[in-house]
Design a protein around this ligand. Sequence first.
Ligand SMILES: [Zn+2]
Length: 193
Amino acid sequence: MIEELFQGNKRFQETFFIENISQYRELIEGEKPKVLWIGCSDARIQTGHITDAPPGTLYIHRNMGNIAPNHDWNFASVLEYAIVHLNVEDIVVCGHSDCDAIRALDQNLQDAYIPLWLNEAREAKNRVDSWIAPPRTKEQMEERWKQIEMENVRLQIEHLIAYPFVKKATDEEKIKIYGIYYDLRTGILSRIV
Ligand SMILES: [Zn+2]
């Protein structure tokens, strides 16, 4: 597979990169993204691809389940850098349909780390299960997962606001936070928060 990636890079470099060389030269001067994008690691969703955003536009953090944890130095440092140093204007939390991380909330996983990580999203499942009747059909189960995927976006925005420097930046209207949802079946991004 790695050979295919190098071949793909050769195609990219010889065509797209060369054809847009002035834009790529500008990127060397430094990054000035306007948006911090928090998305799922899911291989089926390539952020720049689904938004048609050119390089340099999005500062991206991806993890299982598009989670914004409150006790994780990796995430916290990305968030701090984006807000304090890059001065992004928008933060996006992007959930998606058919999310394996959300479906894993229903499983009793024996893995060492995954269940611990998913605890950061478990509240979304608990909330939805307290609102809806237990699903009886496949369609109702699919709808339940969709509700949890969307509630997880709202939950992660709550986690974001719990960071004092995020709360301050939103109160001062220096940044706006958006919750959005990508549907793998239609290719459409929708705003939910
Ligand atoms: Zn996912």
